[in-house]
Design a protein around this ligand. Structure first.
Ligand code: HEM
Length: 413
C-alpha cells in the first residue's frame, strides 16, 4: 500500500501500534517524511541517519535548549561540543568504567536477585513492571550514589522528566506536570550536592562535584543537569532492552535454547535485540544550513528526527533485516557496543551513548542470572503483547510464567 493513500503520519494510531510495519515503505517511498503538525522531518535510511549523526557541524543539537534543558535544569552532554564536551564526558565515563564497573556489576547481580526473589515461588513475573523498571532506576541511583530508599519517588519524577524529553506533542497540563517533576527532583538533589562537595565519596556525583574543567569547577546547576542526564539516559532504555531480549528469545525458541546452553551468546542476543528493536527510536537534530537527502531539500533551521528503528532494518545495512538472528554475519557483536557499531541503537558520532559498554555488562549480568532461574519461561496464559512509545519504545508489560522455585531452591514444576 502506498504511503500517500491515505496520507501517512508518524503521529497516527496505526504507526504507534506497529512502527516496523511502515519502515520499508518509508525508506522506499518517503525517506524524508515531513510531518506538518510538528513541523519536523523524519529520516529512515541508514546512510542518511548516519550522515546526520556524524556531521556535527551541519546537524546540531540546538533544539535541546527547548526539548531537554527545561527539565534537565541546565545543559546536558548532548548539547555540548569541543573541549567542554570531551572533558565532561570523560568525567561522566569515570563513574562507570574501570574498577567502578566491577563493583557495580556485583551490586547489579545482588539487586537483580533480590528483586526477583519474591516472584520465584509464584512462577509468574511481569518482567517490565515487577522487575525491569525498579531494577533500571536502582542501577542508575547506585551509579550516582543516591539512596535507593527513595527510588519510587525518584522514579516518578524521572518519569515526568522523560515524558518531557520524549514527547512529540505535550498538552499544557502535561508540560506543567513534567516541569513540576523536574523542579522537585532538582530540590531533592540540592542537599546531596552540598553534602558531596564537603565530603566526597567514590560515586559519580562526588566525581562531578570535585572535577575541574579548565581550572574551573562545575556549578551546582551543571552538576544537577548531568545527574538528571545520566539518570534518564541510563534508566529509560535499560528495562526496555531487558524485556525485549526475553520477548525475542521466547519468540525464537531455537535461539533461546542455544543461549541457555551457551551464555557466551548473550552478548550477540543483546546486540541483535538492540538492532531489531532499538529502545531509543528517535534522535533529533537541527539543520544548520539547508540539506539534501534522497533528492529532497530540508531547509535550514529544521528539526530532523533520525528513525533508528527504520535505519537498523535498512537492507542496505543488514541482510534480511526483518529477521531476528543472533548469528547474523553482519551484526559484529564485539563492535556492537563501540563507536564502530553498524547498528545505530546507541546513536553514533560525537554523542554516541557513553554508557554502551556499561549497558552491555548490566544486561548481560541480569540475563545470565535470570535465564537459569526462569526455567521453562513462556508468556502467561491470556497475555497480550503491546508496545508503546514513538521516541523511546518498549513493552507495556511482559507477563511470564516459569517453573516455580521453592525458597529452598528446589523446583516445583
Ligand atoms: C541499552 C541501553 C542504552 C541505549 C539503547 C542507549 C541509547 C543512547 C543513545 C541513542 C544516545 C545518543 C543520543 C544522541 O545522539 O543525542 C545515548 C546517549 C547517552 N547515553 Fe545511553 N543508552 C543506553 C544506556 C545508557 C546507560 C546505562 C548510561 C549510563 C550509565 C547511558 C548514558 C548516556 C549518556 C550520558 C548519553 C549522552 C552522551 C553525549 O551526549 O555525549 N546510556 N544513549
Amino acid at each position: 500500500m502506498p504511503l500517500a493513500n491515505p496520507p501517512f503520519s508518524v503521529l497516527s494510531d496505526e504507526f504507534a501500534a506497529a512502527p516496523h510495519h511502515f519502515y520499508a515503505r518509508l525508506r522506499e517511498q518517503a525517506p524524508v517524511h515531513y510531518e506538518p503538525a510538528i513541523d519536523s522531518y523524519f529520516l529512515s535510511r541508514h546512510q542518511d541517519v548516519k550522515r546526520v549523526l556524524t556531521d556535527h557541524g551541519a546537524f546540531t543539537t540546538e533544539m535541546l535548549q527547548v526539548r531537554a534543558e527545561p527539565v534537565m535544569r541546565g545543559r546536558v552532554l548532548a548539547q555540548m561540543t569541543g573541549a567542554e564536551h570531551t572533558a565532561k564526558r570523560k568525567i561522566v565515563v569515570r563513574g562507570f568504567t574501570g574498577s567502578a564497573l566491577q563493583d557495580q556489576m556485583r551490586a547489579i547481580h545482588t539487586n537483580a536477585a533480590e528483586l526477583m526473589a519474591p516472584f520465584l515461588p509464584r512462577g509468574r513475573v511481569d518482567l517490565v513492571n515487577d522487575f525491569g523498571k525498579p531494577f533500571a532506576v536502582h542501577v542508575a541511583l547506585d551509579v550516582l550514589g543516591l539512596d535507593r530508599a527513595d527510588w519510587q519517588q525518584v522514579a516518578d519524577w524521572h518519569a515526568g522528566v522523560a515524558e518531557f524529553v520524549t514527547s512529540l506533542t505535550l498538552t499544557p497540563e502535561r508540560r506543567r506536570h513534567c516541569l513540576d517533576c523536574a523542579e522537585r527532583l532538582e530540590a531533592h538533589l540540592a542537599p546531596v550536592i552540598r553534602q558531596r562537595r564537603s565530603r566526597p565519596g567514590e560515586d559519580l556525583i562526588s566525581k562531578l562535584c570535585t572535577a575541574e574543567f579548565d581550572g574551573v569547577t562545575m556549578s551546582d546547576r551543571d552538576v544537577t543537569a548531568l545527574i538528571i542526564n545520566v539518570l534518564v539516559a541510563a534508566a529509560e532504555p535499560a528495562d526496555k532492552t531487558i524485556a525485549l531480549l526475553f520477548k525475542h528469545l521466547i519468540d525464537h525458541p531455537g535461539q533461546m535454547a542455544q543461549v541457555c546452553r551457551d551464555p557466551d551468546l548473550l552478548a550477540a542476543a543483546i546486540a541483535e535485540t538492540l538492532r531489531f528493536t532499538p529502545p531509543v527510536q528517535l534522535i533529533p537534530r537541527q539543520t544548520q544550513e539547508s540539506a539534501v537527502f534522497a533528492g529532497t531539500t530540508v531547509p535550514a533551521g529544521a528539526t530532523v528526527f533520525c528513525m533508528i528503528g527504520a535505519a537498523n532494518r535498512d537492507p542496505a545495512a543488514f541482510a534480511d533485516p526483518d529477521a531476528f538472528d543472533i548469528h547474523r554475519a553482519d551484526l559484529g557483536t564485539a563492535r556492537s557496543f563501540t563507536a564502530a557499531a553498524q547498528h545505530l541503537a546507541f546513536g553514533t558520532g560525537l554523542h554516541q551513548c557513553v554508557g554502551a559498554a556499561f549497558a552491555r555488562a548490566e544486561i548481560e549480568t541480569v540475563a545470565a542470572l535470570l535465564l537459569p532461574l526462569l526455567d521453562g519461561v513462556r508468556y502467561s496464559p491470556g497475555f497480550r503483547y503491546r508496545e508503546t512509545g514513538l521516541y523511546t519504545r518498549g513493552p507495556v508489560s511482559l507477563s511470564l510464567d516459569f517453573t516455580p522455585v521453592h525458597p529452598s531452591g528446589t523446583r516445583r514444576g
